[in-house]
Write a protein that binds this ligand. Sequence first.
Ligand code: PAF
Length: 281
Amino acid sequence: MKIVRTIKDLQNELTPLKIEGKKIGLVPTMGALHVGHASLVERSVKNNDVTVVSDFVNPTQFNDKNDLKKYPRTLEADCALLEKCGADFLFAPPVEEMYPEQDTRTFSFAPLDTVMEGAFRAGHFNGVCQIVSKLFYAVAPDRAYFGEKDFQQLVIVRAMTKKLKLNIEIVGCPIVRESDGLALSSRNKLLSAEDRKIALNISRILFKSSNFAKSHTVEETRKMVEENIAVTAGLQLQYFQIVDGYTLQEIKKWSDASYVVGCITVFCGVVRLIDNVKYKE
Ligand code: PAF
């Protein structure tokens, strides 16, 4: 695997491969890679001739500077994992390479980006769209891979790709969980051993709600999740919404949408964790 630091060097590597007709897969990441990322990379390696993984902690998507500072950075371990997965290029640019000047572009995909994460993290999706569009222009991949754990991000990246008329297939990949059910996240590294045990309740409650939903209304299911989180010491709910998986708007009845997802954000101590469950697809 080659490590590349600039867009020019990356394009110098990719142009001849594209001329040969090779298909390029891109896996955008912020590093601190885990088995969930590995599943995206492996899928790209399987379905493309060349896989580029970007590893860049994007400052413009952090509305909390402390969160940016705390974000885990593990480049050496990331390289080892990517080698094992068969990635061809690791694109790890410095901040000045991606933002030689302030990016003043604004992206708006209302109402997709005004709800849930968009409502609680002002400017977050604008930053995500800034960096993902820059990566899409720099790499011009045939396919790009995103995890369904960041469900809203996946929906917004699809909308952005369509709006920018980019010929890139956006591939959503299933959430990868620890054997006990906790959704894999780079932020799990920030959990204390005690909080790690508490965090497990998030997926437990979501799985329980999946069963519960079969014989209860949307409102009853939403309440059940909220109440279960509320009685779990150490967890603090930010939001739980049962939404149409395409429009991200809350539904009232199960028949309101053909694709229904429950999206949750919970603080476990100081660590903000997100997860989701599909009720209907
Ligand atoms: O999901 C992430 O890790 C980031 O939001 C992404 C897509 C790499 C953009 O920085």
